[in-house]
Design a protein around this ligand. Structure first.
Ligand code: AP5
Length: 217
């Protein structure tokens, strides 16, 4: 039996932070659509260059491109037992496509933890975020600082600030989330999969509740 968990929440809610821990806990791959786009951009692939046009404006990459990328990722053998999905799906069309892809694998989404955080908190979170260049480990200068400023605790690589974390771009990302992704809250609630978590708590508290919610499902 495979386990697919979809983490839902606005930009900066803590999806990436929590997905890393949850994937380790469940021994499943962490599949982040944003990380896959950034990896493609780093390697200057056609997909990465196309995605960059949208990401730099804080808009969503078109559904067909995004769904195609996730379809390829789910074909890899490590996804057979399941995955923690972070940042995908982000539109009702992507959610329908995911259900169809998992159906082909004889599986389905088991649980959708929705990390709820008010908009005013998100800008502060994203403007203080630092990300590791090598593997995407996530820090915050105030809420989760690295032991040595500018260096990843796990692999020692350089920490950088994402281009799309500038306040103007963040505002657009939040507006895009409200219009295009927030409808998935009702979508997954109607399917009986949604579990709402208070994402304003400290990171470890959110993790505790997330693991409990997933285990209960
Ligand atoms: P993506 O990379 O997915 O960005 P996002 O969804 O906007 O989410 P973030 O990564 O910004 O935030 P997060 O919720 O993971 O928070 P984090 O854990 O880092 O997407 C980027 C772009 O790619 C999109 O804009 C779009 O263009 C494109 N894209 C991606 N997927 C797509 C899709 N499916 N369809 C179309 N386009 C797509 O935490 C944030 C900060 O807060 C960190 O500093 C962290 O340390 C801190 N923090 C976390 N939790 C807490 C806490 N509880 N208390 C205090 N601080 C906390």
């Amino acid at each position: 039996m495979s386990t697919f968990v979809v983490l839902l929440g606005p930009p900066g809610a803590g999806k990436g932070t929590q997905a890393e821990v949850l994937a380790k806990e469940l021994d499943l791959p962490h599949i982040s659509s944003g990380d896959l786009f950034r990896e493609n951009l780093k390697n200057q692939t056609p997909l990465g260059k196309k995605a960059q046009e949208y990401m730099s404006r804080g808009e969503l990459v078109p559904d067909d491109v995004t769904i195609g990328m996730i379809r390829e990722r789910l074909k890899q053998p490590d996804s057979g037992r399941g995955a923690v999905l972070d940042g995908f799906p982000r539109t009702p069309a992507q959610a329908d496509a995911l259900a169809a892809l998992l159906g082909e694998m004889g599986s389905e989404v088991q649980v959708v933890p929705y990390i709820s955080v008010p908009a005013e908190t998100l800008i502060e979170r994203l403007s203080g975020r630092w990300t590791c260049r090598a593997q995407g480990h996530i820090y915050h200068e105030k809420y989760n600082p690295p032991k040595t400023p500018g260096k990843c605790d796990t692999d020692g690589s350089e920490l950088y600030q994402r281009d799309d974390d500038k306040p103007e771009t963040v505002k657009n990302r939040i507006a895009v989330y409200d219009q295009q992704t927030a409808p998935l809250i009702a979508y997954y609630r109607d399917h009986g999969k949604l579990v709402e978590l208070d994402g304003t708590q400290p990171i470890e508290k959110v993790t505790e509740q997330l693991i409990a919610a997933v285990e209960q499902k």
